[in-house]
Structure formats: structure tokens, C-alpha cells
Design a protein. Sequence first.
Length: 166
Amino acid sequence: MKKKIKENLIKKGWNHAEVSRVESSFAAHKVHDKSNSKANLNRLVYWMALLIISICNFGIALFLIPFLMVLGSAFSTVIVLTLGAIFGMLFAFIIKDIENLERKHHIFAMIFIPLIALINIFIMVEAANFFDRFIQINMQHNPWILSSLYVLAFIIPYFIYNILQR
């Protein structure tokens, strides 16, 4: 039983013997996963989450092309930062809720997903710049800056979550 629950029961007038009985009752009825299926399911959810987030990052990059073609760099930067932060929060939320993840899983996710995002956004900004030159709109953007800003906005929620968790 959690320490906070024990403390609350004691504050409400329960004695230590009563708290111990409740705690042993909870322990006796706890379901044990003998087949380790929960850990295997968590790994499956982890890999599926990485795949889905990678696909979403590609979708975001495609979504950005028309906006990059017509918006100036200030508006493009705001859109890139907003989308990066939103999907970064989604990523942090998904990874946070998967139990039994080891440190290596978190490290891999923090390298893999931003790298995929960086590549996707870079390619799409280059594509938007190509279409801008082709159509002669003259609305060129620096792919390194926009890609880096997206990745930065994407990983900040995950780091904030890890700092607040400890």
C-alpha cells in the first residue's frame, strides 16, 4: 500500500494494526502476472507508439508544405513550434503511461523520434522551397532552422515530464 494512503488512514484515526490488516488484505488479493504478458504487451505498445509517432511526424511534415509556401518565416516558425510542442506532449503522454519501460527504451525513443522528425521536416521544407522556386512565390525557408526548432519543441515536453516526475 502506498505510504500516502497509510498516512491518511492514520490521520483519520486508524491504528497501526488496522492499517496492517488492510495492507495484508490488499497484498493477498493482488493479481500476479505469472506469464509476464503485461511486460510483453507494454513492449508491443511501446514499439507501436514509436511507429505511430513516426508516421504522425511524416504527416505533420506533409501538412506543413502548403503553409511554408505561403507564410512568412515568423508565422512558419510559430506553426512549427506549436505543432512540435503538441506532438511532443502527445509523445511524452504515451511514453509516460507505458509501464515497465527500461532506461534504454526511453533513450532510444528520445534519439529515434527526434531524428525521424528532423529528417522529415528537413525534407518537407526543402520540398516547399522547391515548389516555391517552381511556382515563383519566393517564400524560401531555412530547413536547418525549422527542423531544429520543431525537434526542440518536440522534446521539451518529454524533458519537462522527466524533471517533474523526479
